[in-house]
Unconditional design. Structure first.
Length: 368
């Protein structure tokens, strides 16, 4: 049995540090925000190359508040991708704006900058690229288009903690960057969590207000806000885990390199790390025709896999009001049919990677 990820193994390796941080936080009774969250905000913003970090209760809340801080609301359009987790689009919808989808590049499955300009209308206010699977989108051309048209760039860096674009950390390159600390993420809380990173003091100020009921002081509400605060215990746990993140990321990168070697001639397309990128392999996704059959063969041997994601957002029933239809985004739709995420977590063993690759190779070879 080879799991898709192994949160238990990771917990065992840091248990003492985590329990002592949790215990100190409980004793302090700073259950919501508090000094552990404040310290984590500073440490994670610094890690991500940004000036300010604002801790919230999920990556989705981070995206929602980033959009609101950027002044996006009803009647506005945000250019984004459909090849993503639904939260990217949900956040745009929460803000009352309309997502406008562009297709992705076949090699990276990230926003294709060459398609962005044609999607701009008089209503466009922002561009929201997603750093899918932990590899940054090609941001320079996207930023150039944004500057030319006076648009904001909000990075969905939910899967890209510590990823780099031309030596700069993901999440600190656009106007605002949004992270998720969902447990399975490269930096995962033991519950929900998220953060907005920005270099703008004004945005940071607005987001700090919005996450806490728009209060300037207790019971003095200057903005219509939300209860999007981060828990004290999550801040304390995330501080402990942040100290291990670089080692975990390097382990992921080594596993990806080993997979790439073993799968080089296996009849699957392995992920490409672009010359501008440091890919952090939140997901190690290969592309294979007859994906479902290969997934079943792995399952039969006790190897867990995932699909990120089987249905693009523009084809999801919940979002049909945005007018998406089959054939709109051919690269995205083809990827959804072919992507298969193989086991990837820092504690993965080389022998496990060898076993996975052996089954993949056999399943592909015996295909039609
Ligand atoms: C690309 C992307 N955006 C947004 C989110 C939302 O984050 P959360 O689950 O913390 O709300 C996630 C992860 O779940 C994600 O993968």
């Amino acid at each position: 049995m080879i799991p898709f990820m192994d949160l238990k193994a990771q917990y065992e390796s840091i248990k003492d540090e985590v329990l002592s941080a949790v215990s100190a936080t409980l004793a302090s009774t700073q259950f919501v925000l508090g000094k552990e969250v404040a310290a984590f905000e500073e440490e994670f913003a610094a890690y991500s190359g940004g000036k300010f970090g604002i801790g919230v209760n999920s990556g989705t809340s981070a995206l929602h508040l980033a959009l609101l801080a950027a002044g996006i609301g009803p009647g506005d359009e945000v250019i984004t991708v459909s090849c993503t987790f639904v939260a990217t689009v949900a956040a745009i919808d929460y803000a009352g704006a309309r997502p406008v989808f562009v297709d992705v590049e076949p090699q990276t499955l990230n926003m294709d900058p060459r398609q962005v300009e044609a999607a701009i209308t008089t209503r466009t206010k922002a561009i929201m690229p997603v750093h899918l699977h932990g590899q940054p989108a090609d941001l320079d051309p996207i930023l150039a288009i944004a500057r030319r048209h006076g648009l904001k760039v909000i990075e969905d860096a939910a899967q890209a903690h510590g990823a780099e674009y031309k030596g700069k950390r993901a999440g600190s390159i656009g106007d605002l960057g949004c992270f998720s600390f969902y447990p399975g993420k490269n930096l995962g809380a033991y519950g929900e969590g998220g953060m907005v990173v920005t270099n703008s003091e004004d945005y940071a100020h607005i987001i700090r207000l919005l996450r806490d009921w728009g209060q300037e002081r207790k019971y003095h509400h200057v903005l219509k806000g939300f209860n999007y605060r981060m828990d004290g215990v999550q801040g304390a746990i995330l501080r402990v885990k942040l100290r291990h993140l670089e080692a975990w990321t390097e382990a992921r990168r080594q596993h990806a390199a080993y997979y790439n070697t073993l799968l080089a001639d296996a009849g699957v397309q392995t992920p490409t790390e672009m010359p501008y990128a440091r890919h952090v392999y939140h997901v190690y996704g290969v592309r294979v025709s007859e994906r479902d059959r290969v997934q079943e063969a792995l399952q039969a041997k006790g190897i867990q896999t995932g699909i990120h994601y089987p249905i693009p957002v523009h084809l999801q029933k919940a979002y049909e009001n945005f007018g998406g239809g089959r054939g709109d985004l051919p690269v995205t739709e083809k990827a959804a049919a072919e992507l298969l995420s193989l086991p990837m977590f820092p504690e993965l063993q080389n022998a496990q990677i060898e076993a996975v690759c052996g089954v993949v190779r056999e399943a592909v070879a015996h295909g039609g």
